[in-house]
Ligand binder design. Sequence first.
Ligand SMILES: NC(=O)c1ccc[n+]([C@@H]2O[C@H](COP(=O)([O-])OP(=O)(O)OC[C@H]3O[C@@H](n4cnc5c(N)ncnc54)[C@H](O)[C@@H]3O)[C@@H](O)[C@H]2O)c1
Length: 247
Amino acid sequence: MGTVNFSDVITFEGKVVVVTGISGGIGSVIGKVFEDYGAKVVGTGTRSKIGDSQVDYHVCDVTDHDACEKFCKSTIEKYGHIDVLVNCAGITRDALTKKMSEEQFDRVIDVNLKGVWNMTRVIGPHMQAQKGGSIINISSVVGVYGNIGQVNYAATKAGLIGMTKTWAKEFSYKHANVRVNAIAPGYTMTDMLNTVPKDLLEKFASQTMLGRIADPREVANVVLFLASDLSSYITGTTIHVDGGMRL
Ligand SMILES: NC(=O)c1ccc[n+]([C@@H]2O[C@H](COP(=O)([O-])OP(=O)(O)OC[C@H]3O[C@@H](n4cnc5c(N)ncnc54)[C@H](O)[C@@H]3O)[C@@H](O)[C@H]2O)c1
């Protein structure tokens, strides 16, 4: 592609973008950014409804295999195509390994790992058949570096990086232009951090080169980049959005 004019390539007019976890702190901003760039945004979450927006919102628990299949197929039927999938739904159930219950372990695996598979197993092959699309999985720095009290969460977020590489290979078979990438955000100011003590948050902020926690928009901007043609030669990779946390 060589030199590009940004305003020409960052347009999602006519594109259908599916965002899971769109009621959340990061997902809602991702949905908004895509809307701003002209996309038809189809969002899922567990809440019964979301605030004012043009998002075509559906309650769909990502752990429900059949509901995900139904949602994906009906979205393809309704719009004729899905161009971007952002797997953003995710939860934490933190505890030290010796105190973690089986329920805590299984629940996080079900939502963060199997939930991503439930959606992508339908939308990935659809993109492959239409020979184009971009899938973005929201991983975490915890999946790369580990974190005390988050063995379940770390396993899922590391697992997403493996899934990302596998799907980058699978869905581009015979040179289908389907790109699959992951983002590993550092600590980002959303409800997910509500359970983290303030002094610990300050410590995390001070560990970054930029001295602060991320704003969700800073993650959404990279999602937009990975979904757009600006990243047309990037696939199978994980971009860290962590303020230089481990430099
Ligand atoms: N906030 C952070 O510091 C941070 C850092 C790194 C990665 N992440 C990741 O970013 C993503 C979004 O996190 P957030 O901070 O916006 O959290 P959030 O708690 O604000 O939002 C989570 C979203 O996931 C949805 N969700 C939860 N369980 C679900 C289920 N079973 N089925 C469908 N949807 C479900 C919720 O409805 C909500 O929309 C997550 O995958 C999280 O792991 C967050």
